[in-house]
Every structure is written in C-alpha cells, then in structure tokens.
Ligand binder design. Structure first.
Ligand code: GAP
Length: 445
C-alpha cells in the first residue's frame, strides 16, 4: 500500500457516523429531540465508560493519596447558597424581540443580528440568567420545597470534607475524586455534545497544607493531566494548556489552567485546573456554622487546607476522543487502484472494541464454531465481537468503529490451526497460530 493521505472529518461526517454506528443519538429523537440532551448508543456507552475508567484508573486506582467519593445529585438548597451558585452562577442572556429566541451575547457572531431570524438590532438589553436547574421535593410545589440539580459534583465533596478525612483517616495532602452527573440550564446548548444541559464531570479535589508547596502541587496536577491526555492518544498539536492571567481568575484563585482542544469549530475547554485557596471550605463554614477545618493531631492545631481542583467534562472528553480519532484516508492499493476509508484511530485502551473475530463464511459450521470459540476465549479479558460475512465489509465496519485488530478464521485455519490478524492502522496482515494468538494480541494492544 502506498503512502496514505489523511484528512480530518467535518462535524457533519462525525455526527452522521456517531448515529449510524451507534455512538451518540439525539435524546427523545422520536418526539423531535430535546436541546442539550443526548443518549449514548451501544458503542458510545462503551467509549464513554472507557474514558471514565481511564480517568479513574490514573487519578484514583494507581494513587495512594486519592480516595473515591459519590455524593447525591440533589443536596440541601443551602449548599448552593453557601457555594455562591444561587447568587452568582449566571450567564448573560438576550432575547430577539422579533422571533423571541434567546441567546448568550458572548456566543453571537454578530452582536447586532439575530442568527435565527436575521433581524437587525432586535435584541433586548442583556440580563442575568441563573443556570441551575430547579425541581421540587415532596408533594408541594412551593418555594419552601425548591431544590436544585447540582451544577457541579465538587460541592458534595466540600460539604463532606470532615466526614471524608476522618473516616478515611487522611491528612493533607490528599485528594477526593468523584465522577457524576451535573446539570446546567445552558441558554445555548450546542456543538453536538460539547455544551449540554445534562453532562458528566470527573472532579478531583486535592487538599494541601498551607506550607509553601501548594504551587508545586498545582503544577504536579497540571503535568499529570498533560500526561493523561497524551497517554490516551490525544494529538498534542490539537491540545493546549492555557495559563489564566490574574485578571482572568476569580479573586481567590492563586493559579488556573484551562485544558483546551482544537475542535472543528475552534478551541474549546475540556477541563479546568484551579488553585482555589480556602474559598470553598470557608464559604460552607461561614454559612453552616460548622467547623470543617482539618485537625492536625501532631501539632494539635486546626487549619483550613488549600484546594487544588481538576474538573474535566467526560462528555467533552468522549467527544474529543471521537473527533480526534476520526480520519478520512485516501491511498492506492498494490494494483494502483485508489481506495478511501474512514477509520477511527482510537487508542487501544479507549477503543470500544479491541478485537473483532470473523468467520469467513456464514454457512460453514466448522468455521463459525472455530471463530466463535476464539472470540469466547478472548472475551474474558478483552472487549471483543464476533461477526461473519464479506471480509471487505467487515473490515470497513470495524475501521469505522475503531477496532484495532481483526482476526479472521478461514478455510486454511482448519488445516494449519492459524488465523489472519489484520492491523487497523497499517492494514498489514499477519498469520498467527491459534495457540499464539492471545499473546500476540496482547503485545499488539
Ligand atoms: N467545579 C469546577 C467546575 O465545574 P467548570 O469549568 O464550570 O468547573 C468543568 O466545569 C468542566 O465541566 C468543563 O471544563 C467542561 O468539560 C465540563 N462542562 C461544563 N459545562 C458543561 C456543559 N454545559 N456541557 C458539557 N460539559 C460541561
């Protein structure tokens, strides 16, 4: 195969593939959909799960200084008073007086023209709009029963800080990690699953003593997160770590870095890493009147630890994995014929499936049985799939869903006990004995 030329997919191509192959569907599609909500199909659910597991593995499982946590989505409304969300979690909003549609002024291409109806100078004055989604608890729908769906998972960790450090017997520096749903009533959801109203966050709250090493710890997390994106295959040229200037950070934040990816529509935030000082614990201590400080047995003193937060969106990261992996590839085969394929070059740890096993013929019980047996054998430790039929179509499908390896059982397998293993990226094929297959596959992956 001659040198292949690769091009990046457009958002139209990627969203079409996401639907066709079962990655992402519009929520409630049969009723016309609902803005800002999406469902993950069979392969999308696997992909997102792999992204979350990769985050959890590096940030919790492989560390001895981070403990897991899982708090409720609905908390006491005062949590949101204390955190400042009730008063200040606002976006600016304008209405078009002609078509009545709402927009975020900072998302408008032309500040004077409505993107929906084209009217000029038809916007109202900008007003604040609180992004929290409200619901009611109990049988009365009055203000006394108001409750909110959490707009971030972090607050569950802050209000439980004392419970966590006492029960887990931890002293700063240590972290608390949580992956969970968050909800924001975004004025203009969009760019597929980039800006949602229901999404998942992976948040790491790392508490450190105020001993002058806090900025070192902050930098340590920035480096750890850089390594994570690179280890799981995100192209470095499409990723940047933007250091926030003092006037771009909240007044209490000593440092901040936004992790950004170059999406087809431009740069967008995947994660924010922030040095938040004692702001969050202080705020809850002030409103609740409860002491959340750490008690240091050795020195018999109380102190409020400083906080370093890494907050990543799991839907945005999943979308990034999909967009980053998508490649349209043109090449010429050994006979000089031009060929084109779409391939998702997922990292093997992120790919929804790792190995597909094919029987070359549907109607040959010997082949089918052999192929199914091989797939069953690999299934316990790898993400696998059995399929059968036309080999060209099978390869095309697995390329489009990003499966790194395809194993084919053919007529010769019955005689020589070997199978053909085809590599997704190079499209090269190796003939491997069945007794060597598992080891070969493991090495390749
Ligand atoms: N606790 C800190 C916090 O929530 P944030 O920058 O508001 O910080 C962190 O959110 C991450 O959550 C973002 O970088 C993004 O990946 C994700 N996120 C925020 N709003 C989102 C939305 N409407 N849709 C999808 N992901 C979102």
């Amino acid at each position: 195969m001659a040198e292949a030329a690769e091009t990046r997919g457009t958002m139209e191509e990627i969203t079409a593939l996401a639907k066709r192959r079962g990655f992402i569907f519009q929520s409630s599609e049969i009723y016309g959909g609902i803005g800002g909500f999406y469902d993950y199909g069979p392969l999308g659910a696997l992909l997102k799960r792999n992204v979350k597991e990769a985050w959890w593995r590096e940030n919790v499982t492989l560390r001895d200084d981070v403990v897991p946590f899982d708090s409720s989505i609905i908390m006491h409304p005062q949590v949101w008073q204390g955190s400042g969300h009730l008063d200040a979690f606002n976006d600016k909003m304008v209405d078009c007086k002609v078509c009545k549609h709402r927009f975020r002024p900072d998302h408008l291409r032309d500040a004077a023209q409505c993107p929906d109806c084209g009217s000029k100078n038809s916007f109202t004055e900008a007003r604040n709009f609180n992004l929290m989604l409200r619901t009611f608890i109990g049988p009365m729908e009055d203000t006394a029963s108001n409750a909110y769906l959490r707009p971030e998972t972090a607050q569950g960790i802050f209000v439980n800080f004392k419970n966590i450090y006492q029960s887990a017997r931890r002293r700063p520096p240590f972290g608390v990690a949580q992956i969970g749903k968050a909800f924001r009533n975004e004025i203009t959801p969009g760019n597929f699953t980039f800006r949602l109203r229901e999404f998942e966050q992976a948040e790491l709250e790392y508490f450190v003593p105020d001993d002058g090493k806090d900025l070192e710890a902050f930098d340590g997390w920035v480096q750890a997160r850089k390594k994570w994106y690179s280890d799981y295959g995100i192209r470095s040229e499409r990723l940047r770590f933007y250091e926030l200037k003092p006037d771009e950070r909240p007044h209490y934040a000593k440092a901040g870095v936004d992790v950004e990816y170059e999406f087809p529509w431009g740069w967008g935030e995947l994660e924010s890493i922030a040095h938040r000082g004692t702001y969050d614990l202080d705020a809850h201590m002030a409103l609740s009147g409860k002491d959340l400080r750490y008690f240091d047995e050795a020195s018999k003193t109380h102190y409020t630890p400083l906080l370093i937060e890494s907050s990543a969106g799991m839907d945005r990261t999943t979308l990034t994995m999909l967009i980053d992996a998508y490649v349209r590839e043109k090449s010429t085969d050994p006979n000089g014929k031009a060929t084109e394929r779409v391939v998702l070059r997922f990292h093997p740890k992120i790919a929804p499936l790792q190995v597909a096993v094919f029987s070359l013929a549907r109607n040959k019980p010997d082949l089918v049985e052999r192929a199914r047996g091989i797939e069953r054998g690999l299934r316990a430790s790898l993400r696998t799939q059995y399929d059968e039929g036309n080999i060209g179509q099978l390869y095309r499908r697995q390329d489009e869903i990003g499966t790194p390896l395809c194993v084919t059982v053919d007529y010769e397998t019955l005689d020589d006990g070997a199978v053909t293993v085809r590599d997704r990226d190079s499209m090269t094929q190796d003939r491997i004995g069945c007794d060597q297959l598992e080891r070969y596959v493991r090495e390749k992956l």
